[in-house]
Design a protein around this ligand. Structure first.
Ligand code: FAD
Ligand code: SF4
Length: 343
C-alpha cells in the first residue's frame, strides 16, 4: 500500500481548502481503504471527517428531516423517526452489508462508494471508468471489458459506456424520497436535488456523482411526506446476508383520502444502472390506479421493456418486474388496497 499522510484535526469550515484529487476525505473507510490497499484508487493524504465536526445526527425541523453525513447505517436502521416517515430507508440499511460494516459505514460514504464491477476492483486490470485520476493510467484495448466479458451483475439500463451498477442500498430510497444533498465547498454551501446528484459517467466525467474533489457531503435533507404516504424497499440478493443487490426497488406512494387510489408515486430501481434508476413512465402510469389493478402490472411490464440487457444479465429484466410488483403489492396490502392481482 502506498504511504499517505493522515489528519483528523481540520475544522469543517477549512476542510474544502485542503481537499483536492490527491487529498481525499475519509469517513468509515470501509470502501476507500480497500481501494487504496488494492491500488485501485490513489491518495497522498486523507482527512478524517470524524475529527472535523461533521454531524452524525438525524433531526426534524419544520417540514424537513436532515441526516448528517456521518450517520452510520446502524443509526439509520434503528432511527424511529425514519422508521415512521420513510420505512424504506431503515429497511435498506438493515439489508446492507453486515453488522460490523453497518456500525462503521456512513451515509456520505455509502452514496459515494465506487462500483463493485469485478474488472474495476481488479488491480491488475484497467477499463474506461478507471481511466481517470482515480485509477491506473489508460491502456490500449477494449474500453469496457464487461460488455463482452462476465456481465451477470451489470447494468440493464443507461447510456454510459460503463455498465457497472451503483452499489448503494440507501441511494434508491433517497431518490424515492425526493431528498436533497447539502454540499460544502470552497465557496460555501450548495444544495443539489438527489436526482441530479447522481449522474451517469460520461467522457468528461468518469464518476457517478456531480460532487467536486474540493467538496464534501454535509447532510441529506428529506421532505416530510404527506399523510397517507407509504414506502418500502425490497432487495434481491444472491444470499440472504452480506451481499450487494442483484436488483432492488425503493417505492414511495402517496394515496388518496380513500387510502386505496394512488395519488403520486416515486419508483426507483437499484442494481440496474450506474446510478439509481428512476422510472418516471411507471410513476405517471400508476397515478389514479389501485396497487392491485391489472393495468398496474401492464405498466410495470412496459417500464422494464426498455431495458438493454447484456449476454449474462437478462434475468435482471424479469427480476426488476417481480420486485416492482412485490413492492406495489406490499404497499397495497398495507392500505388494504391489494386486490390480489397476479404480480
Ligand atoms: C463486505 C461489504 C459488503 C457491503 N455490502 C453492502 C450492501 O449490501 N449495500 C450497500 O449499500 N453497501 C454495501 N457495502 C458498502 C458499504 O456500505 C460502504 O463501503 C460504506 O457505506 C461506505 O461508507 P464509509 O463511511 O465507510 O465511506 P469511506 O470508505 O470512508 O468513503 C467512501 C468514499 O466516499 C468519500 N466520502 C465519504 N464520506 C464523504 C463525505 N461526507 N463527503 C465527501 N466524500 C465522502 C470518500 O472520500 C471515499 O471516496 C459493503 C461493503 C463491504 C466491505
Ligand atoms: S462496467 Fe464500468 S467499471 Fe466495469 S469494466 Fe466496464 S467500464 Fe470498467
Amino acid at each position: 500500500m502506498k504511504p499517505f499522510a493522515y489528519t483528523d484535526s481540520i475544522a469543517l469550515a477549512e476542510l474544502p481548502d485542503h481537499l483536492d484529487e490527491n487529498c481525499r476525505p475519509i469517513a468509515g473507510g470501509t470502501d476507500l481503504l480497500p481501494r487504496l490497499k488494492a491500488g485501485i484508487s490513489r491518495a497522498d493524504g486523507l482527512i478524517d471527517l470524524r475529527g472535523a465536526g461533521l454531524s452524525d445526527a438525524i433531526t426534524k425541523r419544520d417540514d424537513t428531516v436532515s441526516i448528517g453525513a456521518l450517520a452510520s447505517l446502524s443509526t439509520i436502521r434503528e432511527c424511529l423517526l425514519l422508521q415512521r416517515l420513510y420505512p424504506m430507508l431503515p429497511q435498506a440499511a438493515a439489508l446492507a452489508a453486515t453488522t460490523q460494516i453497518r456500525n462503521r459505514a456512513t451515509l456520505g460514504g455509502n452514496l459515494l462508494q465506487r462500483p463493485r464491477c469485478w474488472y474495476y476492483r481488479d488491480p491488475d486490470l484497467t477499463c474506461w471508468l478507471k481511466q481517470s485520476r482515480d485509477g491506473p493510467p489508460p491502456t490500449a484495448g477494449e474500453p469496457c471489458p464487461a460488455r463482452s466479458g462476465r456481465n451477470s451483475r451489470h447494468a440493464i439500463f443507461g447510456e454510459s459506456v460503463c455498465r457497472a451498477v451503483h452499489p448503494s442500498d440507501l441511494a434508491p430510497c433517497l431518490v424515492a424520497a425526493g431528498a436533497q444533498v447539502r454540499l460544502r465547498g470552497r465557496t460555501g454551501e450548495r444544495v443539489v436535488p438527489i436526482d441530479r446528484f447522481f449522474r451517469e459517467p460520461g467522457d468528461d466525467h468518469r464518476r457517478e456523482t456531480v460532487i467536486h474533489a474540493t467538496e464534501i457531503v454535509e447532510a441529506v435533507d428529506l421532505p416530510i411526506p404527506a399523510g397517507n404516504t407509504r414506502s418500502v424497499y425490497v432487495k434481491s440478493m444472491e444470499r440472504s446476508a452480506w451481499a450487494f443487490a442483484l436488483v432492488s426497488c425503493a417505492m414511495q406512494i402517496e394515496f388518496d383520502h380513500d387510502a386505496e387510489t394512488i395519488r403520486s408515486a416515486r419508483v426507483v430501481l437499484g442494481g440496474v444502472a450506474t446510478i439509481p434508476w428512476r422510472l418516471p413512465g411507471l410513476e405517471a402510469a400508476l397515478r389514479g390506479m389501485h396497487p392491485g389493478d391489472e393495468p398496474a402490472w401492464d405498466a410495470i411490464q412496459e417500464a422494464v421493456s426498455s431495458a438493454q440487457p447484456l449476454a449474462e444479465n437478462r434475468y435482471k429484466v424479469r427480476l426488476s418486474a417481480r420486485l416492482l410488483g412485490q413492492a406495489l403489492r406490499t404497499l397495497g396490502a398495507r392500505t388494504g388496497a391489494s386486490r390480489g392481482g397476479e404480480m
